[in-house]
Design a protein around this ligand. Structure first.
Ligand code: NI
Length: 167
């Protein structure tokens, strides 16, 4: 296993649209394992392949306190959305920034597991928000894009400054 480098906003590669996984093979399982390790090390509760510069539709999520409920979703697709919830979100690609986003409170997702078998998952609350946030990454969307233009400009400025100082 290996820790992967996480892209930081406003890196343009965060806006690429990921392609469906054609075959759940050893490469995909390795990527999923490395992404899980990277997410736990960060630490974070979700990570999309887009964030580690691999543009395939694969996300890992674990919202449990004990970090023992890893969910791997390949080619995830939201088939039902219900209700509305406002939660403060953060993102490993936007370090130090937290803000409120409105999303569906309850979702149903179709996906493939690490064996390539289809499954369906119902998620509510934080898990639902986290999955929606990660699927957005696969579509090239970062959560700050839900915020006002002014806030986005401030965040961009702050992260560009941080990146310059880190060089
Ligand atoms: Ni994120």
């Amino acid at each position: 296993m290996a820790l992967l480098k996480i892209l930081h906003f406003p890196d343009p590669r965060l806006h690429l649209v990921a392609k469906p996984v054609a075959a759940v093979d050893a490469d995909i399982r390795q990527l999923a394992a490395d992404m899980a390790e990277t997410m736990y090390a960060a630490p974070g509760i979700g990570l999309a392949a887009t964030q580690v510069d691999r543009h395939v539709r694969l996300i890992v999520v674990d919202i449990s306190e004990e970090k023992n409920r890893l969910l791997t979703l390949i080619n995830p697709r939201i088939v039902m959305k219900e209700g509305e919830a406002v939660r403060e979100e953060g993102c490993l690609s936007v370090p130090g920034i937290y803000d409120k986003v409105t999303r569906a409170e309850h979702i149903r997702v179709d996906a493939l597991d690490l064996e390539g078998k289809p499954f369906q998952l119902d998620a509510v609350g934080l898990l639902a928000v986290c999955i929606q946030h990660e699927i957005d990454h696969l579509d090239g969307k970062v959560f700050v894009e839900y915020l006002s233009r002014l806030k986005q400009a401030r965040i961009r400025h702050k992260l560009e400054k941080q990146a310059r100082e880190a060089m």
